[in-house]
Design a protein around this ligand. Structure first.
Ligand code: F6R
Length: 264
């Protein structure tokens, strides 16, 4: 696990964008377009802006790229402004040359959400799996919508959201009462199948969750800690989110002295 402690949000965004940029360009060069896994929430938005800038100014093309999103609320009608599908379109998809047909998300309005979950896992597998998966982390240590107590090998399924998550996400709705109670989410096992996982976290509110992820015991009660079992994870954090890491100085040293340059 590489831990990258950045000085500010712009540096974090550039670091994250570098991994996605490299995967997209290498997919184009080899004729096997990249399969990207994208997250919603506030944390990844600056990285999406940076990728859009590179598309506009540096010729980064997303033609042929396939995107699989992490999760989607259950019950919001298609096109709802707070649906995660719309979020990714608004913050990324519509500003680059990514085909709408290649922006995949679980269908939270499907009549049979359990069948939809199985279909989604199969669709990711049929695409050849995710090359680079972006994640945020919840204050309770969740990744995607895998709340504390989730099986560490779970697959895509319906999850009941905790009151903490609904209150954290109330800022996107009028109030926490308007936040849906259920979500379709990739499972921890699904996320672990990605070839490279990049997690971004900023701010003091994420410090305990980041410490649990990196240095805590692997436990279903900090779902992100399962990433300690993944062989290629990059955790990008600012100083505030790194504040509870006991070994921060070693992580800085290891990143500065890494053998390979950034590549996915
Ligand atoms: C988003 C997702 C969530 C968020 C997490 C952090 O698709 O699955 O796990 O990544 O709740 O959200 P922010 O970045 O808004 O703090």
């Amino acid at each position: 696990m590489d831990i990258v402690i950045t000085e500010n949000a712009a540096e974090a965004a550039r670091t994250v964008a570098d991994f996605f940029d490299a995967a997209v360009r290498s997919g184009a060069a080899t004729g096997r377009p990249a399969v990207l896994g994208l997250a919603t929430g506030s944390s990844p938005v600056p990285a999406y802006r940076e990728l859009v800038r590179r598309h506009r100014e540096e010729g980064l093309s997303f033609r042929g790229v396939r995107v699989f999103m992490l999760d989607e609320y259950v019950g919001l009608p298609a096109g709802h402004a707070q649906s995660y599908h719309e979020f990714i379109r608004a913050h990324f998809g519509r500003d680059v040359d990514l085909s709408d047909a290649e922006l995949h998300s679980p269908d939270g309005a499907a009549p049979d959400v359990q069948a939809e979950a199985a279909r989604y896992d199969a669709a990711i597998a049929a695409a050849g799996g995710v090359d680079v998966q972006l994640l945020g982390i919840g204050t309770d240590g969740h990744i995607a919508f895998n709340e504390p107590g989730t099986s560490l090998s779970s697959r895509t399924r319906v999850e009941v959201l905790t009151e903490q998550t609904r209150s954290d996400n109330a800022r996107f709705f009028g109030s926490s009462d308007e936040v849906p109670r259920y979500a379709l989410t990739q499972g921890l096992g699904t996320i672990m199948d990605a070839r490279h996982v990049v997690l971004i976290a900023e701010g003091a509110g994420k410090a305990a969750a980041v410490a649990g992820l990196v240095e805590g015991p692997v436990s279903a009660f900090c779902p992100a800690s399962v990433l300690q079992f993944h062989q290629h994870v990059t955790v990008v954090v600012d100083e505030a989110a790194a504040a509870e890491l006991d070994h921060a100085s070693y992580y800085r040293f290891a990143w500065e002295n890494r053998l390979d340059s950034v590549s996915s």
